[in-house]
Design a protein around this ligand. Structure first.
Ligand SMILES: [Zn+2]
Length: 238
């Protein structure tokens, strides 16, 4: 017996798939996961998020579909010269993330958000635009950050910290490394590559320095609006 890598259910060695979550538990699959742990983090996070929300069948169908999608994405990353590569919208982000180039990934993410929100010349989102920002887009971006960072980065990670910090911005900043020993960090001071504190990226509520905010709103206000999109325990959220 060995536990399913996704849901932890004990599986016999000769079983092909996990009876609970449907994950492929063959030795080949386990070997592939060891080489590509982002699949594992991604699958787990999806499983946890879906666990309480939908029926088993629906859950399995979605998991399979998402994993299939992820395989497709992964293939595109593996063969970047493939013509279909440019068809995938998030390829640049996935590439930056796979290189642990958080700064470039963050810049791309921010541009993408401005573009999706259709803010025109403006370089920030109004609270109402944050509230109405498309859930699907938010989810797609967050899942990429989360899976490529092996569960260390992304808004759902920040949301956990935010709700644990009871919405105290300075406490949140100390924990994600936006403030260090009482000093509010500038964008250039961040851990732009490789190891970074949990929840360090992406940056939504500020762009220049963590105490400033953007567009006439304080960083604390803006973060509060964004984190409202990721309610505690993810109920109804992503
Ligand atoms: Zn399972």
């Amino acid at each position: 017996m060995s536990p399913c890598p996704i849901c932890g259910t004990d599986c016999q060695e000769d079983w092909l798939s996990c009876p609970r979550c449907g994950w492929d538990v063959t030795p080949e699959s386990r070997g592939a996961i060891a080489e590509n742990p982002s699949h594992l983090y991604w699958g787990r996070s999806l499983w946890q998020r879906l666990d309480q929300e939908v029926t088993l069948n629906r859950r399995l169908a979605m998991l399979e579909q998402r994993l299939f999608d992820l395989e497709q994405r992964q293939q595109m990353l593996t063969w970047p010269t493939q013509p279909s590569d440019s068809d995938w919208l998030y390829s640049p982000l996935a590439t930056y993330l796979s290189q642990q180039n958080w700064r470039e990934a963050d810049g791309w993410t921010w541009q993408r958000i401005l573009e999706v929100a259709q803010v025109g010349e403006r370089l920030w989102l109004e609270p109402e635009e944050i509230a109405n920002f498309p859930q699907q887009e938010l989810q797609a971006l967050d899942e990429l950050w989360y899976s490529y960072s092996q569960g260390a980065l992304g808004w759902s990670v920040q949301a956990d910290i935010w709700w644990e910090s009871a919405g105290q911005y300075s406490q949140f900043c100390d924990r994600v490394g936006w403030r260090s020993q009482g000093t509010w960090l500038y964008y250039d001071d961040l851990y732009s590559q490789g190891d970074a504190p949990r929840g360090h990226f992406p940056i939504l509520p500020w762009r220049k320095r963590s105490c400033y905010g953007v567009g006439g709103f304080t960083a604390a206000e803006l973060l509060d609006h964004w984190m409202a999109r990721f309610p505690p325990s993810h109920d109804g959220g992503i």
